[in-house]
Ligand binder design. Structure first.
Ligand code: AKG
Ligand code: FE2
Length: 362
């Protein structure tokens, strides 16, 4: 599937602009580019990333996703992630809720653990469909390596700007430690306007490296009235901060609400594929603001209206398991299950987004 075969993103609908960050300049330590990344990461927590040098790996991953989604359903279901809060493997459409009232999602996922990609041909975490195994060496491992390089570079920039001793954030994301880090290809069918392929959420981990061909991703900008589309730009990744980095930084880095709805305009008639790599902390890492490592972070926590948010008392594995498990529709007892799946988002955003969902389904 090539993006040139797809209808363009309409030019007459509002979108939310993001800063374009040049990865090549960041790697070269360009001070102005570092400042621009810092602005993006501390405001909405979303930005475009260009010159990330992963186009070939991204193309291969989209092909792997298409090959996997084309397998017979019965075969995909043998690798379903299940209801225990593990996200590696296949996720069927309708397995998750997208809101407090239990509306079903429409996205299928194939999620491959970073630990499995790096351990291949050994199995570290679980087995995958044959279409995944067939591309571990040629496609998945190279994509995981590129994504890790990008995200670790971004983490090093944040480490310095947050005033941490060198390597502080890297230590929370050790390559050798098992973690929830994974790559995901998402697949959702054409659907009515505002159908939610994925409901409003913040990402669970530290950094997400996302590749979009079609529209459909929306952000809820704090203070805005409505969800706003983020327009895909060819060759540009979309990067965002997740809960873990928001917590480590005492809220200085922002983990913003987003969701995936039907692509706009003529794009709505196409199946939507997207690709993400999620960097998440090692399983044993406790999610708390790293106050003792930086006076900047210590100060941010003191000034926060609710400092307790930055001392969760749980490990990354526990945080992640809770969020995944309570999204699963099989585990739903009522709206409280949805609430139990929530992350670091502000209550007022959740309230507004719940209102938007009600209007969308009315
Ligand atoms: O498909 C997209 O554009 C975003 C996916 C996403 O937010 C997620 O998988 O967490
Ligand atoms: Fe997300």
């Amino acid at each position: 599937m090539d993006s040139t075969d797809l209808p363009p993103f309409p030019d007459d609908i509002p979108t939310h602009p993001l800063l374009v960050i040049d990865y090549a300049l960041l790697k070269a330590g360009d001070p102005a580019e570092v400042e621009r990344l810092w602005t993006a990461a501390t405001s909405l927590g979303f930005w475009y990333l260009k010159n990330h040098d992963s186009d070939d790996e991204v193309r291969g991953m989209f092909e792997m996703g298409a090959e996997t989604m084309a397998l017979p359903m019965e075969e995909k279901m043998r690798y379903e992630q299940g209801d225990d809060g593990i996200s590696f493997g296949y996720k069927a459409a309708g397995a998750n809720a997208v809101d407090a009232s239990g509306t079903l999602d429409t996205a299928q996922f194939i999620n491959v653990a970073k630990d499995d990609a790096l351990a291949w041909p050994e199995r570290a975490r679980r087995a995958y469909p044959r279409t995944v195994d067939a591309r571990m060496d040629s496609t998945i491992k190279p994509f995981v390596e590129k994504s890790l390089a990008v995200n670790m570079t971004l983490l090093a920039v944040f480490n310095e700007k947050l005033g941490f001793p060198e390597g502080t954030l890297a230590k929370q994301h050790l390559r050798e430690e098992f973690s929830g880090s994974e790559t995901r290809v998402l697949y959702s069918p054409p659907a009515g306007k505002d159908t939610q392929a994925i409901g409003a959420h913040t990402d669970f981990g530290s950094l997400s490296f996302l590749h979009n061909r079609l529209g459909g991703l929306q952000v809820f900008v704090p203070g805005a009235e409505e969800w706003q589309y983020v327009k895909p730009i060819p060759g540009h990744a979309i990067c965002n901060i997740g809960d873990a980095l928001a917590i480590f930084s005492g809220g200085i880095l922002r983990s913003n609400l987003h969701r995936v709805v039907t692509p706009p305009g003529l794009q709505a008639t196409h199946y939507r594929f997207s690709l993400v790599f999620f960097t998440r902390p090692g399983n044993s890492v406790v999610l708390r603001a790293l106050k003792e490592a930086s006076p900047i972070v210590a100060d941010a926590v003191v000034r926060s209206p609710d400092p307790s948010k930055y001392d969760t008392g749980v490990t990354a594995l526990e945080w992640f398991t809770r969020r995944i498990k309570n999204q699963r529709i099989k585990n739903r007892t009522g709206p409280e299950t949805w609430m139990a799946s929530r992350g670091t988002e502000h209550t007022e955003h959740t309230a507004v987004s719940a209102g938007a969902e009600l209007r969308a389904s009315a």
